[in-house]
Design a protein around this ligand. Structure first.
Ligand code: PHE
Length: 341
């Protein structure tokens, strides 16, 4: 009987150790420890033993039973642990796998140029203003010294909302000069970027909607030299050191004297090409000393204060800044074009 027990124990322990699943363990429990199991079968033979042998044998059977139970438990824990590890391995995230880069958009080149312009003027102490695109003709024209009958007020140039020509889509950002004069304490240093509208056909340099940046300074003893100095600095900061500019006399009703500023063409370096229409220069802004009558109408004494203003075409500036040949590219939203910036 002793040998039989030793054999059962050895066999059972080996089988338990080799068990691969919880179901295998259950089957082994039934096989060795169950009611019809092998240990029970040995117990049933106890009746044949002598009174001295019986307790010895009983103790031995119990010992085998205990060792099998503990082996069962150990193996069950082992399997559980292995299952958990397998599960964790399966669920693990491999942080070393290269990710897929999401396709991000970015700022439009014209707004990149505008942000650069804002930075330059903010650095010189200017405030950035925003104003209405639907404007009163009184602000767009009258208060800017462009009286009734001025050619720029013509219906063929301007988008009016009413037949009395009182409300319109602003044709320039210059009404922001007046709005600033009327609301801000002196001295004033402002820029005012925004959309403007004119009845123009679309071509390489024109669009019925485009953007301007208005700029204005009103202070004591302000001169044309300040205007030229500021605009030349702007051109160098924006387009690079050594950028060549020129100022040509011009006429605007709200400045006197008035001028236009050109920068040398980036395409041909001044020789003349299609981008600059053979001129060698690209006009980017109109400017001048604020007309005393405009100051007076806004309640500012022109004997005490003087100022200058400019109105810059933002598309043209962005075209010069990024060497873009055709204005239409700025509005077409062609991703192949926009991706380049
Ligand atoms: N408003 C003018 C234009 O649209 C530009 C300008 C602004 C000129 C300020 C002088 C002073 O052409």
């Amino acid at each position: 009987m002793k040998e039989q027990l030793a054999k059962i124990r050895a066999e059972a322990l080996a089988a338990l150790e080799g068990a691969k699943a919880a179901a295998d363990l259950d089957a082994l429990r039934v096989k060795y420890l169950g009611k019809k199991g092998e240990l029970t079968a040995v117990l049933k033979q106890m009746g044949a033993l002598s009174a001295e042998e019986r307790p010895q044998m009983g103790a031995l059977v119990n010992e085998v039973k205990a060792s099998l139970e503990s082996a069962l438990e150990t193996q069950a824990k082992k399997l559980e642990q292995a299952a958990l590890e397998a599960k964790l391995k399966l669920e693990a995230v491999d942080v070393t796998i290269p990710g897929s880069t999401p396709k991000l958009g970015h700022k439009h080149p014209m707004y990149i140029a505008l942000d650069e312009i804002k930075d330059i003027f903010i650095g010189m102490g200017f405030t950035v203003l925003d104003g209405p695109e639907i404007e009163l003709a009184s602000y767009n024209f009258d208060k800017l010294n462009a009286e009734e009958g001025h050619p720029s007020r013509d219906w063929s140039d301007t988008f009016y909302f009413d037949k009395d020509s009182r409300v319109m889509l602003r044709s320039q950002t210059s009404p922001m000069q007046v709005r600033a004069m009327e609301t801000m304490p002196l001295p004033i240093r402002i820029i005012a970027p925004g959309r403007v509208y004119r009845k123009d056909e679309m071509d390489a340099t024109h669009s019925p909607m485009f953007h301007q940046v208005e700029g204005m300074v009103i202070d004591k003893n302000v001169t044309m030299a300040d205007l030229k100095g500021t605009l030349n600095l702007l051109a160098e900061e924006l387009f690079g050191k050594g950028t060549v500019t020129r100022f040509r006399p011009h006429h605007f009703p709200f400045t006197e004297p008035s001028c236009e500023m050109d920068v040398q063409c980036h395409k041909c370096g001044g020789v003349g090409c299609p981008t600059c229409k053979g001129e060698g220069w690209i006009e980017i802004l109109g400017a001048g000393m604020i007309h005393p009558r405009v100051l007076e109408m806004a309640g500012i004494d022109p004997e005490e204060w003087s100022g200058w203003a400019f109105g810059m075409g933002l598309e043209r500036t962005a075209m010069r800044r990024f060497k873009i040949a055709d204005l239409r590219l700025i509005f077409e939203n062609d991703v192949r074009f926009l991706e380049q910036f």
